[in-house]
Design a protein around this ligand. Structure first.
Ligand SMILES: Cc1cc2nc3c(=O)[nH]c(=O)nc-3n(C[C@H](O)[C@H](O)[C@H](O)COP(=O)(O)OP(=O)(O)OC[C@H]3O[C@@H](n4cnc5c(N)ncnc54)[C@H](O)[C@@H]3O)c2cc1C
Length: 373
């Protein structure tokens, strides 16, 4: 029997969409390329914790247990998503990778490794952070040291004792830098192009994430000013350590560049104690050396890129005209012809927490699908 809806991806966005549809009496099929739900989270490094607070990171109808603490560990979050999928009785077909979506009469056809699936509605929820992005530095082909993206790291201890050049000071870079020092990295340089706003996870015991949610109605420039004031109060001026105050506030940066705020989990303490050093931008790679823009040569054992992710949607839907020049789904997709019935969930990151947005989007999409079914 043809399902009314095919969802691609069993991460929190796809699961939230599935549960929202079931609440409206629609039974979707979820296609997941991995062995289980939450495949992206299983692959992330084991030290990872949510940087959004537990009670604003769950999906409707099932709380993350209190025992998981304020900042939920990766494994506890994976276990939570497994429980959520079971409780919502979601039908997840694992080991099925969607390759391409095409319009057919009456809806859409999803070509997968395991044959085609047809449905009037398809929800793409393959993750905003699907494809790790590594810069194509000049000299990369002949570089004699490994270059890895932070997404390939399973635990920080893999790099214990190594001399690491970490590139990028976004949230991933700041987070992993702290773990690398804790794990006993031999030497750590951090190459920074745009200094981030670094916020503490909590201030005097008060978690900041709920505040970002509460302050959402305020104008962006006011929120940016408040964020700067908090960063100043928590860490003071870090220019002497190579991190001057950023020109753009975190909310403006998120809106214009899609880059989220960096949350401190020990990074600033390590920086000010001299356990890592900030260096300038990589200019090119030369044999075993990394040459920086100021001419400095570094010889790390490994270059670790924390240089962001792409949604990687081109193969799946690039031919349908639904992507913007950055490869992200356009806002209008789904609701009107010629792409009516093709929906995207999870591609609008937010400082208040992308996880928090998944249920909101899921409800909106489920409502629209129920209206059209
Ligand atoms: C390191 C890191 C930490 C983060 N921490 C937080 C946080 O603390 N709080 C927060 O709010 N947000 C966080 N985010 C952002 C975001 O909320 C999470 O990444 C979240 O998991 C995104 O959910 P998703 O369902 O959209 O994508 P994913 O969780 O990536 O799920 C997508 C699923 O689709 C599957 N898939 C992909 N392509 C295909 C295909 N072609 N066919 C079939 N299946 C496919 C994948 O295997 C995966 O299971 C973090 C992001 C990263 C990278």
């Amino acid at each position: 029997m043809t399902p009314a809806v095919v969802i691609i991806g069993a991460g929190p966005a796809g699961l939230a969409a599935g549960a929202a549809l079931r609440r409206r009496g629609i039974d979707p099929v979820i296609l997941e390329q991995g062995d289980g739900v939450a495949t992206s989270w299983r692959r992330r490094h084991e030290e990872l914790r949510l940087n959004t607070i537990r009670w604003l990171s769950d999906l409707p109808g099932l709380r993350i247990p209190r025992a998981a603490g304020r900042w939920v560990r990766r494994d506890d979050y994976v276990a939570y998503l497994e429980r959520f999928a079971r409780q919502a009785r979601l039908q997840v077909s694992c080991g099925v990778r969607a390759r391409r979506i095409d319009a057919v009469v009456g809806g859409w056809e999803v070509t997968t490794d395991a044959g085609p699936h047809r449905a009037p509605h398809v929800i793409v929820a393959t993750g905003h952070d699907r494809v790790p992005r590594v810069p194509d530095w000049p000299g990369r082909a002949g570089f004699r040291r490994p270059i890895r993206h932070v997404a390939t790291l399973r635990r920080a201890a893999e790099l214990a004792g190594a001399r690491v050049l970490l590139v990028g000071a976004g949230n991933s870079g700041v987070e992993i830098a702290g773990h690398l020092v804790d794990a006993g990295v031999g030497r750590l340089w951090m190459s920074v192009r745009s200094p981030p706003t670094i916020l503490p996870r909590q201030l005097h015991g008060v978690p900041l994430h709920p505040l970002t949610v509460a302050l959402r109605p305020l104008p962006e420039r006011v929120r940016d000013r408040l964020a700067r004031a908090v960063a100043d109060h928590a860490f003071g001026d870090l220019s002497a350590y190579g991190l001057p105050a950023p020109r753009q506030g975190p909310f403006e940066r998120m809106r214009t560049r899609g880059v989220t705020v960096a949350v401190d989990q020990g990074f600033v303490g390590h920086l000010t104690a001299g356990r890592l050093s900030v260096v300038t931008v990589v200019d090119h790679l030369d044999g075993s050396d990394v040459v920086l823009r100021d001419g400095t040569r570094l010889r790390p054992d490994i270059v670790l890129a924390a240089t962001g992710y792409d949604p990687g949607l081109t193969e799946l839907v690039g031919h349908l005209g639904v992507l913007d020049p950055d490869g992200r789904p356009r806002r209008v997709a789904g609701s009107r012809p010629p792409t009516a019935g093709l929906w995207f969930a999870g591609y609008r990151p937010a400082i208040e927490g992308t996880l928090r947005r998944h249920p909101i989007e899921a409800r909106r999409i489920a409502r629209a699908i129920a209206r059209r079914s």
